[in-house]
Write a protein that binds this ligand. Structure first.
Ligand SMILES: [Zn+2]
Length: 263
């Protein structure tokens, strides 16, 4: 079983009550995997029962602040808990590798430099395997395989040097699509077909158009989870849910901070 927790359901708006920037995670066989790391993601996750020391990999769709703003604090909190839990924490993290995939490694280098200026010079007893996101397979372990598919939310300055990605995850016999910020859902092809769960961003799209896209394409899919919600959705939650349900039925979830669900 895969357990999901939404830490931040919001697109890159100004601070809004109860709706932090984009981040959610999945727990599989005791390991935690993150999709995006918006502000306060580790704070919310820890207080919501997610075991930060079980973090195995972090996947960042693109380096905008509403997706990466909490990454430094996520690593800071992992280190903090390593010491807070003393011998047990140290033992759990000793020699462990936490993988990070981010299209713009410059972002990570800046965050890492900042961390190195914090308490204890960020000395850690675990490894961070940071690598850029590129098209194709970007991660594999015994729990999951992740492939990346570039999208045109960010237009590359140099041709082909894509900075914004969607992810397709195969885990526990399930297929999960995380679309990231995207101009047109169609631009990453038919990756949605057969997905058990599709995380769709609604910050740049209208509720009815999102649902109709998947209906008109005729894809077989399980759940449609709205994330990266803009004010249009957040300010009219019930109305948006009603509209979405009238089109795709109970297959839709409009995420909220702290929400948990399973697959
Ligand atoms: Zn965004």
């Amino acid at each position: 079983m895969i357990n999901f927790t939404v830490h931040g359901c919001c697109a890159g708006t100004e601070p809004l009550p109860g709706a932090r920037h984009t981040s959610y995670c999945m727990e599989i066989n005791g390991s935690v995997y993150w999709i995006d790391a918006g502000e306060n993601c580790s704070y919310s996750a820890h207080l919501n029962g997610v075991d930060l020391l079980a973090t195995r990999a972090i996947f960042i769709t693109h380096p905008h602040m509403d997706h990466i703003g909490g990454l430094g604090n996520l690593f800071w909190n992992i280190r903090k808990l390593t010491y807070v839990y003393k011998d047990e924490g140290m033992a759990r993290m000793e020699g462990k590798t936490v993988s990070l995939r981010v299209s713009e490694l410059r972002s990570w280098h800046g965050i890492y430099e900042t961390l190195c200026c914090t308490e204890g010079d960020f000395k850690i007893n675990f490894n961070i395997d940071a690598a850029p996101v590129v098209d194709g397979e970007i991660y594999r372990d015994e729990n999951m395989v992740v492939t990346a598919h570039h999208n045109s939310h960010l237009i590359p300055k140099t041709e082909g040097d894509w900075k914004s990605y969607s992810f397709v995850i195969h885990a526990d016999g399930k297929k999960i699509v995380c679309c990231g910020d995207i101009r047109d859902y169609a631009e990453i092809g038919d990756v949605y077909e057969g997905a058990d769960m599709i995380f769709v961003e609604t910050g740049h799209h209208k509720v009815d158009k999102v649902c109709n896209f998947f209906l008109e394409k005729g894809y077989n899919f399980g759940k449609l989870v709205f994330v990266h919600n803009g004010r249009r959705v957040l300010d009219h939650y019930e109305e948006s849910l009603e509209t979405a349900k009238s089109l795709v039925g109970d297959r839709v979830i409009i995420s909220r901070d702290g929400m948990k669900f399973s697959l």
